[in-house]
Design a protein around this ligand. Structure first.
Ligand SMILES: *Cc1c(COP(=O)(O)O)cnc(C)c1O
Length: 388
């Protein structure tokens, strides 16, 4: 394999933090804790989101997982109700659902965009099914997007859009997150915008909107120590990217806590977004178009590379504006486990989303062969390739 090599190793995690966010975090760390109880950044954030996504209702939470947790509450589902989820997702999605007593039915994916297959959705619906979660894996508009929504409508299911990878993406001119009934987004540090942890929910359905506001009003404030650790984690992440080492005074926040990896509830799932995080998110969202543009350019680089390697191209449907959070490639199972060689060759860090249908939790789903194959063979290339 031949390719243009990069001057320095391209990291996989989000690289969008600038001096602006670092200074913002630094100034919050110097302020008294009481300042964190204000609402001005949160209000401004909600207004920005409502304007950007052209929707009356927006609410922010302390993670994409917390946003999905709020979505489930907003839908008012009952224990024993079921949600259909693609067989190629991550554990925090499953947790946010099961922590509410709701059961998951897995539907297989297709290999063209790693989205749910409409045929598999039809087969997965039972009398207890109330909703379907449409996930835009890697920021790609699903191959079956129209049929998925049509099948959901025929069966009177709520359509939840998981836009964790797809902030800023569009389908036929319409922003993702506005195609179904309710949607959630993430600003976790591996996503398009980065506040270390963060997420938000939008809906244009008045009934759901009113309920979302109730859920938000009842959501507790995040623990102060968590916010301090988050701000320091952000400063450390910025310092690492820009050779400005920052020595944190507290333990940095991991992407997943050990307890949630063990399937146990953690308070983060119930928290509303903290005021300092809302200010950071607003700074990031104001630059969203540039961030997406960079990733589109990165994906186009990999598209050319893939075609030179004889790798089957991904399906980008006419009318899809993908955000290309990562560029997924199917290798052989042994190549996936030996991806270090490819990392050396290309001078990039390579991701493994997802390694099981509910990454990283082991799960075998014989009825979902495509999701199982993707878990074995899919690697993901970073799309933020050049710094200005
Ligand atoms: C990251 C992610 C989430 C949850 O977002 P967090 O902010 O990390 O809680 C949901 N769905 C998918 C597909 C994700 O990759």
């Amino acid at each position: 394999m031949r390719t243009r090599s990069f001057n320095r190793r391209v990291p996989l995690l989000n690289m969008s933090l600038s001096q602006q966010e670092d200074s913002c975090a630094a100034s919050w760390l110097e302020q008294a804790d009481e300042a964190r109880e204000e609402n001005s950044a949160r209000n401004a954030l909600h207004q920005h989101i409502a304007r950007h996504w052209q929707t009356p209702w927006a609410a922010s939470f302390m993670g994409g997982r917390a946003a999905l947790f709020a979505v489930i509450r907003t839908l008012g589902l009952q224990p024993g109700d079921r949600i259909v989820v693609p067989a190629f997702t991550c554990q925090c999605v499953a947790n946010a659902i099961t922590f509410n007593g709701i059961e998951i039915s897995f539907a297989d994916i297709e290999i063209n965009t790693f989205g749910m297959s409409a045929r598999a959705l039809k087969q997965a619906i039972t009398p207890r099914t109330r909703a379907v979660l449409i996930q835009y894996s890697f920021g790609l508009v699903c191959r079956d997007i129209e049929q998925l929504i049509a099948v959901a409508r025929e069966n009177h299911l709520w359509v939840i859009e998981d836009c964790a990878h797809a902030t800023g993406g569009k389908w036929q001119g319409q922003l993702l997150g506005r195609l179904g009934d309710i949607a959630f987004f993430s600003s976790e540090r591996s996503k398009i915008v980065n506040t270390i942890h963060g997420g938000w929910v939008i809906t244009a359905n008045p009934q759901l909107g009113e309920r979302l506001m109730m859920v938000y009003d009842q959501a507790p404030e995040a623990d102060n120590l968590f916010i301090t650790a988050l701000l320091q984690t952000l400063r450390a992440a910025y310092g690492e990217l820009h050779n400005r080492p920052f020595s944190p005074a507290v333990a940095l926040i991991p992407q997943m806590q050990p307890a949630e990896l063990a399937g146990m509830f953690t308070p983060q799932y119930s928290w509303r977004m903290a005021e300092p995080v809302a200010e950071l998110l607003l700074l990031q969202l104001e630059k969203l178009d540039t961030f997406v543009q960079k990733r589109v350019e990165g994906a186009s680089f990999w598209q050319d590379w893939a075609s030179r390697q004889g790798i089957e191209p991904l399906l980008s449907r006419e009318g899809a504006q993908n955000t290309w959070l990562r560029y997924p490639v199917m290798l052989s199972a042994s190549q996936k486990t030996q991806r270090r060689e490819l990392e050396e060759l290309l001078n990039i860090e390579i991701g493994v989303w997802f390694t099981t249908p509910v990454h990283p939790q082991p799960l075998t789903l014989p009825d979902c062969p495509v999701g199982m194959a993707a878990a074995r063979c899919c690697v993901n290339l970073p799309t933020w390739l050049w710094d200005d």
